[in-house]
Design a protein around this ligand. Sequence first.
Ligand code: KG4
Ligand code: ZN
Length: 355
Amino acid sequence: MKILSLETSCDETSAAVVENGKKVLGLSIASSLDLHKETGGVVPEVAAREHPLKVWPVIESALDQAKIGLKEIDAVASTTGPGLMPALLTGYLTAKTIAFFLDKPFIPVHHTFGHIYSNFLREAEIIFPIVVLTVSGGHNDLILIKDHFDFEILGRTQDDAAGEAFDKVARLLGLSYPGGPEISKKAEKGNLKEVNLPTPWMNETTDKLKWDRRNFNFSFSGLKSAVRRLVVAKIGEKGDLKDLDQSFVDNCAATFQNNLTEVLAEKAVAASKKYKAKELHLAGGVSANTYLRQKIMQKIKEQGSEVVFRFPEKFIYCTDNAAMIGSVAYFQFKNNIFPNISDVDSSLDLDLFQK
Ligand code: KG4
Ligand code: ZN
């Protein structure tokens, strides 16, 4: 089954043709990222205006790569939420219109499920139960997946998502958007012993054997504020970020990245152990972070766990892309799951889909 899928929830306009939820026959991504560098973050209206200009070219490119015409498509899918409302509308209306004219099913897809299924874009069979850590600019969830669409949310961020924290800390340090790649580049030159930042466990106890459901939550805004305090101590409230010493920036980046990924990795591995998961998946924009990947691998090894660790096979499957949407759509279709939404919903919550 070949599905044409669209993703336009934020600043990427993307189309893909995916076969049977696993094989990417064509994938095209046009990003308006450069427009957002000037503002240090995505301005919804600026992002939204780009989608109508790019949506048809990316569809044509995905079909060309797949070497098929529109008529050979079996279904059409798009992200219907969560995301920026005016941005979501372009993908949704385009996909629904194509489905209508082809007389094929339209499949609405939840963006977070998209990230979860980015790890299904591979030949290998995925074995349930899986624990998935989704870490993105907009979401940060630890989820137990017992079977397709049968899941339990174990924990989630109580404030900033991991990617959001990377972006905000990058801005505090005078680095450009998106902050994740910038911080990890700086962190390579940094020293972990030079600055003091908290490691936000959100535990009542430091005894790691006492994990409970509540402790699988995350909170990164305090860590971000701690970086802000260090910066203010250096240059004052209204100081010029250009005056920051580069070795200070490198050290802050290194310690921030280390402390944030320490919590993510520890909780993800602990959850996979507690729920006897066969596989542990890392997904979302921050899954591109190699330091985080290494930390998880190291903890799995240290704890003698046999869980299979997976992160998206290609870097382009980490950040927003339509291939992951095409994968979810296939498994929804196969399992006859058409979520109770037919319209876009920028605030769509994952809980809605829980059985
Ligand atoms: O999944 P995504 O493309 O969009 C959302 O759904 O939010 O994730 C974007 C986020 C940004 O916050 C960006 O800073 C972060 O992913 N990111 C990274 C890296 N690459 C992208 N964070 C840490 N390390 C990276 N290498
Ligand atoms: Zn995303």
